[in-house]
Design a protein around this ligand. Structure first.
Ligand SMILES: [Zn+2]
Length: 514
């Protein structure tokens, strides 16, 4: 079953500079949000129909005008900063009252500006290009980015519950947090930070106390804008992979996976010494972009230690042998393909494995500076008997495979799947020391790994309670139980749900509860 990718929605975001021009504003998205929950981001959001109604001075391009209006509205909604002319006469209390009018929907943003005689001047905004959320994401945006200065005497703050930890930060400090896996950052923000870190230093010519209405004259802002725009244009706004921290790349590859997922994440962990996990795509075009990235590693004399298959399912293998051959033909390397022995047995005749991972051993890897770190291997049966997960204990980063995924639900289908084993595996993962983030084989990384695993366990136990109740009440076939218990899924998924019911019944039987 191959799903179509979601159509990107139009959006705007603003890279807000502080008055002395050496820091940018970022904030953490609420971990509960479905889209990039817990990630650090710039203020921004979806274009609204009323953004067209906002009048913008010095802008003849109607399309651009609505995106500027969207950026200004979002900045006001999210962090309470009013990027308008004429706003200096408003008191803090008045701004709060306007904010309330906007959030409550009493007035549109256009009406607010008109009523208070405020206006947006397009020359206050530097368009730095657009970025489109990758195809693997169930929700996608095509976001236009603008660089703007924070007007004097306005203090950004979390003005809505969707955001927290709003702060101005030096781009270099933000990058260090990302490098050391203290935060999660989406690719457009990371790419912008890298460019800003190189160009936004508070040196002698730094823009100390730039006047809000004269910044267009500032050559440095124009230069930074040019560089940001060039990056976006060079990539055509497309993102192919995500660097989760300084030593992990997540490369979603199109696979024949289960909806709503469309891709399986291939992970490249380590740099000077690295491994590749689940090079799964059977599609040549997909394989080629992955190979190009791995080639660039080899060309930097980074050493590949192994190509690993996490488990037997068809969306997790299919590209490993081709990658092995590619590295042999192009560089004369012989890289072993590795998996758990149970996986190797199941895939006999399809994939030839040279190395076995029992779980408990560790890979000695190196980051780009040659500093070594360990990646622990974990045998976590339940979803599949030979399923492997991996843990970077120093960074608290778990590669959870198909145990826990960013979007969609995990199928436990006997006899390969076993519910009791699955819940035991989740317990083990939940209790990993120093656990902070996780990234599964499908969907985005998760900022609250422990909370996510706990919610998985709670969800399964709740389902089990309902299944037991349905069974006691006389539902005798798996289908009857599904119809009573899985009231929140479409009938198209009943067949999968029946397998989960069978897994729960098997566990209940083993525990002598039925
Ligand atoms: Zn699987």
């Amino acid at each position: 079953m191959n799903q179509k990718s979601a159509i990107p929605k139009d959006a705007s975001a603003v890279i807000l500079l502080n008055q002395s021009g050496d820091r940018i504003l970022w904030a953490q998205r609420n971990p509960q949000l479905a889209f990039l929950g817990g990630y650090h981001a710039f203020p921004g959001g979806k274009l609204e129909a009323t953004d067209r109604l906002v009048k913008i001075k010095n802008c003849t391009d109607e399309d651009l005008a609505q995106f500027i209006a969207c950026a200004v509205r979002e900045a006001f909604e999210e962090v309470g900063v009013l990027l308008v002319r004429g706003g200096e006469k408003l008191t803090k209390g008045q701004r709060a009252s306007l904010h309330d009018d906007l959030i409550s929907g009493r007035m549109t943003f256009a009406e607010i500006l008109e009523h208070w005689n405020l206006w947006i001047d397009a020359t206050d905004f530097f368009y730095t290009g657009f970025w489109t959320t990758p195809k693997f994401s169930p929700v996608r945006f095509k976001t236009r980015f603008f660089l703007a200065l924070c007007p004097p005497k306005q203090e950004p703050h979390a003005a809505i519950s969707e955001l927290q930890n709003v702060e101005f930060i030096r781009p270099n400090d933000a990058l260090n947090e990302w490098k050391n896996s203290k935060v999660l950052i989406a690719p457009p923000v990371l790419l912008s930070l890298k460019t800003l870190a190189e160009n936004l230093t508070a040196d002698e010519s730094g823009f100390t106390q730039i006047k809000y209405d004269s910044k267009i004259k500032d050559q440095r802002l124009k230069n930074i804008t040019k560089k940001l725009l060039e990056n976006s244009q060079a990539a055509d706004g497309q993102i192919r992979y995500m660097e989760l921290n300084s030593r992990v790349t997540c490369f979603p590859l199109k696979t024949e996976t289960l909806p709503p997922a469309t891709h399986t994440s291939c992970f490249i962990v380590g740099r000077k010494k690295f491994i590749v996990i689940d090079a799964a795509s059977t599609d040549d075009a997909e394989r080629n972009v992955l190979h190009a990235l791995i080639d660039s590693f080899i060309e930097k004399e980074f050493a590949c230690q192994a190509i690993i298959t996490t488990h037997l399912h068809r969306d997790h293998f299919g590209g490993e042998t081709v990658l092995q051959k590619h590295l042999q033909d192009k560089f004369g390397l012989s890289i072993p393909i590795a998996a758990h022995r149970l996986t190797a047995e199941s895939l006999a005749g399809k994939v030839e494995f040279q190395k076995f991972i029992a779980g408990g051993e560790a890979f000695d890897l190196e980051d780009e500076n040659g500093a070594d770190f360990q990646l622990q291997t974990l045998h976590t049966p339940g979803h599949a008997r030979g399923l492997l997960a991996f843990y970077d204990a120093e960074f608290g980063f778990l590669f959870s495979g198909d145990n826990v995924i960013g979007s969609g639900s995990v199928v436990i289908a006997p006899p390969e799947g076993n519910m009791k084993d699955y819940l035991n595996s989740l317990e083990r993962l939940k209790n990993l020391p120093n656990l902070r983030f996780l990234c599964g084989s499908h969907g985005a990384a998760v900022s609250d790994a422990k909370g996510k695993i706990e919610s998985y366990i709670a969800h399964r136990l709740e389902r089990e309670r309902k299944i037991l109740k349905a069974f006691v009440n006389g539902a005798k076939t798996a289908r009857e139980i599904v119809e009573q218990v899985y009231t929140d899924i479409s009938p198209a998924l009943y067949e999968l749900a029946e397998k989960s019911v069978a897994a729960h019944l098997e566990k209940l039987y083993e525990e002598e509860k039925i």
